[in-house]
Design a protein around this ligand. Structure first.
Ligand code: UDP
Length: 467
């Protein structure tokens, strides 16, 4: 990313929701802002700052506040609503005092006063508190534009009677309530929160999701980690609802150097790269369901048998907390026994390096947005098994719009896993689409590309807000 002239007084406080995918994505964003000459204060929760290794840069510093939950409280996916609630009611108080103190600047550390906040768009309070203190705030979403548009369309989906789902509704029925997606979006492709709601007026989750999505219209701008070549139509439909929209992704490809090195909250097992070195080109199936997905023992067994039946070597990320309460050692043994020498298991992989590796032929993924972008940039065909939230709609784009892979949603069956993995590995058409999309996305992030131009416009916007 080119350096642009920026006033040294522009100082951005970045406040991600304290979960892995949001933090790493915002660290890439921070890396871009640093390269553009801005100062960045990166706000972690105390809980995560203890886990994340901190990198140093003269214009970057880390600060933290309590997330409001007791130290031992689980912060896994099943308790995410409690975390969000605690951030809003408790962490927001500490955030307000921190911002007030940062407004005064820090002459000794060479940091000017904070002039702008980039807050995670799923934490509306972070935008409101900043604006109340007179600091302009932008909302940054780490999920896809297509899912943002689906959330924004919730009132229309309700008005058309397409939500809530009723017993016996055909999940393959098309929905018309999300603009621009009428020709391919089915009920089952709507974000998972839509599926779980039986009474939208009393469904707190749906109201929360709609609330923070629509609230981004109050921020000075909405910033999305996406590229025009992937989501042009969705971006055009979102724009009229926001004060401004910047599509600046995929950020990991805009700022490829490790941002603040300590992005990962897990220790990466680099040994798998050496294992990949010993495999033939395009021969390995990489399997990862991200940082939050949990599966049952039955689902684990279906995946395992499907992967073995597909017949290719596979590299599988099995987080210790991923399969219910099972012993991860026993699961690793099960994989080793079934996969013989063809299987490699790690608790956490250097995913971008893995996807870039010549030996990887396809990616069995939950279609989290970061993973989807990472596969898109590397041109790797995907088999998607979406778990929750935006993953349901992301996987529809993979299977039905970009056609860079196959969508296995709602099915977890060894025979289907085997069939889809084989097809993703062998289909020339899917590989060609994946490579064509990669070329387009790489153009977006190259000099003169749309994401690069948008990033420059965003830096100018922040500098202007800061003066
Ligand atoms: N990731 C990784 N190693 C792993 C699994 C995942 O580095 O073994 C990274 C991956 O590269 C991506 C992020 O974790 O950047 C997962 O984000 P995503 O949005 O795909 O899913 P989430 O974890 O939010 O469900």
């Amino acid at each position: 990313m080119d350096m642009v002239a920026a006033t040294p007084a522009a100082h951005v406080l970045m406040f991600p929701c304290p979960v892995h995918g949001h933090i790493t994505c915002m660290l890439h964003f921070a890396t871009g802002l640093l390269a553009a000459g801005l100062h960045v204060t990166f706000l972690h929760s105390d809980h995560n700052l203890r886990r994340a290794a901190a990198a140093s840069s003269p214009r970057l510093r880390y600060v933290s506040i309590p997330d409001g939950l007791p130290v031992e409280h689980p912060r896994d996916v099943g308790r995410i609503v409690e975390l969000m609630e605690s951030l809003k009611t408790k962490a927001s108080v500490a955030y307000r005092s921190l911002l007030a103190s940062l407004l005064l600047g820090d002459a000794t550390g060479g940091f000017p006063p904070v002039t702008c906040v980039v807050a995670d768009g799923i934490m509306s309070f972070a935008v409101d508190v900043a604006e109340e203190l007179g600091i302009p705030a932008l909302a940054f979403r780490t999920d896809s534009a297509c899912s943002f548009l689906a959330y924004l369309s919730l009132p229309r989906l309700l008005e058309l009677g397409e939500l809530p789902f009723k017993d016996g509704d055909d999940l393959d029925e098309p929905v018309r309530g999300v603009p621009g997606m009428e020709s391919f979006l089915r009920r089952r492709d709507l974000p998972s929160q839509c599926r779980d709601c039986s009474d939208p007026d009393n469904d707190p989750l749906l109201q929360i999701v709609y609330g923070f999505t629509a609230h981004s219209g109050n921020a000075r701008a909405l910033v999305l980690n996406t590229a025009a070549s992937m989501e042009r139509a969705a971006l055009a439909h979102i724009a009229p609802h926001m004060r401004d929209v910047f599509a600046i992704g995929p950020l990991h490809a805009m700022s490829p150097t490790a941002p603040a090195a300590g992005g990962s909250l897990w220790r990466e097992d680099d040994g798998c790269l050496a294992w990949l070195d010993g495999q033939a080109d395009g021969s390995v199936v990489y399997v990862s369901l991200g940082s939050l997905t949990v599966i049952s023992l039955e689902q684990f067994t279906e995946f395992l048998h499907g992967l073995v039946a597909a017949g290719y070597p596979f590299l599988w990320v099995l987080r210790p907390d991923m399969v219910g309460a099972s012993q991860s050692a026993a699961l690793r043994e099960a994989v080793a026994a079934a996969g013989k020498s063809k299987a490699r298991v790690v608790e956490w992989a250097p995913q971008r390096g893995v996807l870039r590796h010549r030996a990887v032929g396809c990616f069995l993924t939950h279609a989290g947005w970061n993973s989807t972008l990472e596969a898109a940039v590397e041109g790797v065909p995907m088999v998607c098994w979406p778990f929750f939230t935006d993953q349901q709609i992301n996987s529809r784009f993979v299977g039905g719009v970009w056609r860079t892979g196959l969508d296995m949603k709602d099915v977890c069956d060894a025979a289907v896993v085997a069939r889809m993995v084989r097809e993703a590995m062998e289909s020339g058409q899917i590989r060609a689409s994946a490579q064509a999309l990669a070329r387009e996305v790489r153009r977006d992030v190259a000099d003169g590309g749309s994401s690069t131009a948008e990033f420059k416009r965003l830096v100018e916007f922040i500098v202007e807000l800061s003066t």
